[in-house]
Design a protein around this ligand. Structure first.
Ligand code: 5RP
Length: 219
């Protein structure tokens, strides 16, 4: 069994009670939806999701998707991440859904993140996604370069030019040193037209990591 499936099964009990389930975006969340569906935990339940992709996945399995405009808060939020440091800072946004992911995380009383063990990585530098309003992207990119950051505008397969997030924004990936991750999150969000970053520093979340031998580690 692969690690995504193992960790999805591990948290399944937390999703059995009737509740509004917030879900993130990506391959791990897709696996979780598949595992939930096999256990009959999709039909008849309410979901709020961080992307159109996850909304479609839930709908295709008969789940009911609530609009974020409803203002209804999930009772639990489940998502994955691209990297987690050994001191629980997460980098998210590989699927360009970081803004809605941070919203749902913030407004949920219970926040659980799951992933493969290899996603725990202590590096000196990480690529951090930043969501920027399109009209501001040239200003933001040049300012960050002036400050010494390496910056890439994220491009898409199947479209020429930058990818556009579900919120109509552009994603740039900025190389940030590990010791600066949480400061970067604060510093960059005061630049007009920057909407959100993929750095999660709150540490008010549970993280479960799995490896293919079935070992689960809680952070
Ligand atoms: C999407 C995310 C995802 O949680 C992250 O990219 C991990 O995805 P996957 O489950 O495909 O490894 O932050 O914006």
């Amino acid at each position: 069994m692969d690690a995504k499936e193992l960790v999805s099964r591990y948290i399944l009990d937390k999703l059995k009670e009737p509740q509004i389930i917030g879900l993130g975006t990506g391959r791990t969340v897709k696996k979780l939806i598949e595992v939930m569906n096999n256990e009959n935990l999709i039909k008849g339940k309410l979901f709020i999701a961080s992307s159109i992709d996850t909304e479609l996945e839930i709908s295709s399995k008969g789940g009911t998707v609530l609009s974020l405009f409803s203002g209804i808060k999930p009772t639990i939020y489940i998502d994955s991440f691209d990297y987690v440091t050994s001191d629980k800072i997460m980098i998210k946004g590989g699927g360009a859904a970081l803004l809605r992911e941070k919203m749902l995380y913030y407004f949920s009383p219970i926040k659980i993140f799951i992933g493969e063990e290899q996603k725990m990585k202590d590096s000196s530098i990480y690529p951090v996604p930043v969501e920027v309003v399109p009209v501001g992207v040239s200003y933001v990119v040049s300012l960050l370069k002036e400050r010494g950051y390496e910056v890439m505008v994220r491009e898409s397969n199947g479209k020429i030019g930058p990818i556009i997030s579900d919120n109509g924004n552009i994603i740039i990936d900025v190389m940030v040193r590990r010791e600066s991750l949480c400061n970067f999150d604060k510093e960059v969000k005061i630049i007009p037209s920057v909407v959100e970053t993929g750095v999660f520093c709150g540490k008010d979340y549970e993280i479960y990591l799995a490896n293919e031998n079935g070992r689960i580690t809680a952070l």
